[in-house]
Write a protein that binds this ligand. Structure first.
Ligand SMILES: [Zn+2]
Length: 134
């Protein structure tokens, strides 16, 4: 296993603290910035992981869901403070997308941001499909 693939535990959550989670990911985070309507509006920075690397610690009862368009993505936000700290993305309904802006900064060694071009959705999804594999 290369050093880049070694994973540590990052913690995060919403603004008010009702929603708390852990995610296993490298210390050097590679995030996606998407230019679709909702990601632009929320400034969401995507860390996409398989469901097995995400653990909701608190706040299941505080989460509200918003869906639109294909209805595949489940946009989850805190019903108290309104912050969307993670959700189920359309590109990876088998995993989670964690908002890097909602992680505690202490465990993040570096952050590399790549573009996800929603106007070329098919090619963009093909390029990131591996993120929930294994
Ligand atoms: Zn909250």
């Amino acid at each position: 296993m290369t050093q880049a693939a070694q994973r540590i535990v990052h913690r995060g959550g919403c603004h008010c603290g009702a929603v708390r989670f852990e995610v296993d990911a490298p210390a050097a985070i590679e995030a996606l910035e998407c230019n679709c309507s909702i990601c632009r509006a929320t400034g969401f920075l995507h860390l996409i992981v398989p469901a097995s690397r995400f653990r909701l610690l608190a706040g299941a009862d505080a989460l509200r869901a918003y869906t639109f368009n294909t209805g595949t993505a489940r946009h989850l936000f805190c019903g108290i403070c309104g912050v969307k700290s993670f959700y189920v993305p359309r590109s990876h309904p088998d995993g989670y997308s964690v908002n890097v802006r909602c992680l505690e900064p202490g465990t993040i060694e570096s952050l590399t941001i790549r573009e996800f071009d929603d106007t070329r959705r098919t090619e963009s999804e093909a390029r990131v499909r591996h993120l929930t594999a294994g």
